[in-house]
Ligand binder design. Structure first.
Ligand code: HEC
Ligand code: HEC
Length: 204
């Protein structure tokens, strides 16, 4: 029970004290699942490295307020302040660690690629490598995590944001599984250039 005690010591610092360093909070509260640089160390857990800081901070606030459900109890403790949340988000967003390669099914990847360019590319742009303030970066994301989240959306456990609901319309569970394989198969730092466009036109 060392960790909770340490965490309590960190988080219950006297009022007016400087905010705890993000690296210290991460070591105590996050690293055993997300790693110190955002590479997940546990199955079905998202990689956080290189993710948009705005999305990370927004999600942490939603976990903290209960607006987004989490499988992790007390995922973002109430004692974390808004500025500590911002600092944690920035730490992971700035991490240049590389997401590990995963095993994916080539047939699903090919099918998922076509579906992705049809349905998801507008918001999760450039094979998921580019997001915006709301929509997260998703390339090379943990496959099991993608599957769990996609299912959470389709089962209504996680709320669709903006027009994402329309993009899922009439897609079967197999279609969505194929898209997850495609996203998981992509290279985190591959720069999409002319080559990618050509590949897109080929439909492969
Ligand atoms: C026991 C393992 C565990 C610990 C500890 C943990 N997380 Fe998580 N985290 C998860 C899992 C699993 C998810 C997938 C969503 C869920 O909760 O169902 C997740 C999701 C997230 C997400 C959303 C990512 C996305 O792509 O939507 C953020 C942000 C996050 N965690 C931040 C943190 C931070 C910051 C800490 C430390 C204060 C932390 N987590 C501690 C397991 C953990
Ligand atoms: C209109 C924009 C839009 C479109 C189109 C869209 N999404 Fe999203 N997506 C979002 C936003 C915004 C979020 C963040 C939701 C939140 O904050 O909870 C998101 C989140 C997700 C997540 C959660 C990632 C994580 O790490 O937790 C998955 C998975 C996802 N989208 C899959 C898809 C798939 C698959 C498609 C295509 C079938 C798609 N999205 C199309 C906007 C979009």
């Amino acid at each position: 029970m060392k960790r909770p005690v340490l965490l309590a010591a960190l988080l219950l610092a006297p009022l007016g004290a400087v905010a705890a360093e993000p690296a210290a909070i991460i070591q105590t509260a996050c690293a055993r699942c997300h790693g110190s640089e955002g590479i997940a160390t546990v199955a079905a857990t998202p990689h956080l490295n290189g993710q948009l800081a705005a999305y990370l901070a927004d999600t942490m606030q939603k976990f903290q307020s209960g607006q987004r459900q989490s499988v992790v109890a007390d995922h973002i403790p109430a004692t974390l302040t808004a500025s500590e949340i911002t600092a944690l988000a920035r730490h992971y967003a700035d991490s240049t660690a590389t997401r590990p390669k995963q095993e994916t099914d080539p047939a699903k990847v090919q099918r998922g690629s076509a579906l992705y360019f049809n349905r998801c590319v507008d918001c999760h742009a450039e094979s998921g490598r580019v997001g915006d303030d709301d929509a997260p970066i998703m390339n090379a994301q943990n496959l099991a995590h993608l599957s769990v989240q996609i299912q959470a959306f389709t089962e209504g456990k996680r709320k669709f944001v903006s027009l994402m609901r329309d993009s899922y319309r009439d897609l079967s569970a197999d279609d969505l599984d194929a898209i997850a394989h495609y996203l998981a198969s992509t290279d985190q730092y591959a720069t999409p250039g002319k080559k990618k466009k050509r590949r897109r036109a080929d439909g492969s």
